[in-house]
Ligand binder design. Structure first.
Ligand SMILES: Nc1ncnc2c1ncn2[C@@H]1O[C@H](COP(=O)(O)OP(=O)(O)OP(=O)(O)O)[C@@H](O)[C@H]1O
Length: 343
């Protein structure tokens, strides 16, 4: 599906393409002891050059699986069908040497929990320099000069270059991960719950940092979170995922304040708006639980939790359809879901 996006910013060394990332009919099925587990089911999602797309949804809906697919980081035995076009090349079918070249330089990932992603016994300067040395084939001296620039960009003093990960705070470690993600000037950064486990103040700083850096450098961003409010603050566009499918997609502010799918509305109501004093209520969970991916209900997967479910919903699993200018939602009520206006 194609959505209008923010105009790409000037980036002399990278030619902007209409859709930098174009995911078509992606299905990902894990092999488990209990049989095949469909984690992503026929997803279409695209991202324009320079655009910031947020992907939201509750735990287990397939967000991380989708993120990992973009760089083919899924466990062996996982079946993936469809296409993931990155700059026009299909990541799912490219050879290993091309895939190695695309990782870091074409697209990079910032995972949640930097402590698990960083090597505890290597100084951070060496870890940030590693992808630069691997991809850009520059001298050690030049690589370390670039590390100093990157550290400054992510707000860390150059003196921290010699630190080991355990000598840094959680927020500082996440800044190191962002520096690594930027190291080879990728076209796309995928940030998978980049602020989970950080305190609220630090979360806001890190989100602002990611948003500012990608905007300044014209990098596209796919940011993943269960928190729609966080994504609405950082991204231009939001896609909402439920039980392995995209159920809504549209401009960030509109999706957050006036969701067209009942799940989007429930998710938006479950999180307060950051920095909005009128919404300082505790986040509350959605009633019920997401379905077991191996035993999905018939028809619409959201039906058992949906306040608007009707008989048709037991038989029809709706596809995404137009729900306004630049908007799409997958619900039989798509034209009749009452709009709530500003929350
Ligand atoms: N390696 C794996 N093997 C088998 N099943 C998996 C694997 N990784 C994830 N799953 C299952 O796939 C489904 C989607 O998981 P995924 O982690 O992609 O969701 P998520 O929305 O990112 O959730 P979270 O926010 O908790 O990370 C879940 O049912 C999960 O249990």
């Amino acid at each position: 599906m194609t959505q209008p996006g923010r105009a790409p910013e000037a980036r002399p060394d990278k030619a902007p393409t209409a859709q930098l990332l174009d995911i078509r009919n992606l299905t990902v099925t894990y092999r488990t002891g209990g049989g095949p587990l469909p984690a992503v089911r026929g997803v279409d999602l695209s991202l324009a050059a320079g655009q910031k797309l947020g992907l939201a949804g509750e735990s287990g809906c397939g967000k991380s699986t989708l993120a990992a697919s973009v760089l083919r980081l899924l466990p062996p035995g996982t079946t993936t069908t469809g296409e993931i076009l990155l700059g026009g090349e299909d990541v799912l079918t490219m050879g290993w040497s091309r895939l190695r070249a695309v990782r870091w330089a074409g697209a990079s990932i910032v995972f949640q929990g930097a402590m698990h992603s960083l090597n505890p016994v290597r100084r951070i300067a060496h870890q940030i320099a590693e992808p630069i040395l691997l991809h850009d084939k520059v001298s050690e001296t030049l690589a370390h000069e670039r590390v100093a620039v990157l550290l400054e960009q992510v707000g860390l003093a150059a003196a921290r270059a010699s630190a080991y990960p355990h000598e840094l705070s959680g927020g500082q470690r996440q800044r190191v991960m962002i520096a690594m993600a930027l190291a080879c000037s990728p076209n796309l950064i995928v940030a998978d719950e980049p602020t989970t486990a950080l305190d609220v103040m630090v979360q806001a700083q890190i989100l602002r940092l990611i948003g500012d850096l990608v905007a300044a450098q014209g990098i596209s961003l796919l940011m993943i979170s269960h928190d729609l409010a966080v994504l609405a603050q950082t991204c231009d566009r939001l896609a909402v995922m439920y039980a392995g499918r995209i159920v809504e997609d549209g401009p960030a502010h509109q999706v957050f304040t006036d969701g067209r799918h009942p799940y989007t509305r429930a998710l938006a109501a479950a999180f307060p708006r950051i920095g909005d004093p009128s919404s300082r209520r505790a986040p509350h969970g959605l009633p019920g639980d997401p379905p077991d991916p191996t035993a999905l209900p018939t028809g619409c997967a959201f039906r058992p939790r949906c306040p608007l479910a009707i008989e048709t919903c037991a038989h029809v699993d709706p596809a995404l359809s137009v729900a306004g200018p630049g908007r799409a939602a997958a619900c039989v009520h798509v034209t009749s879901v009452p709009t709530g206006g500003e929350r």
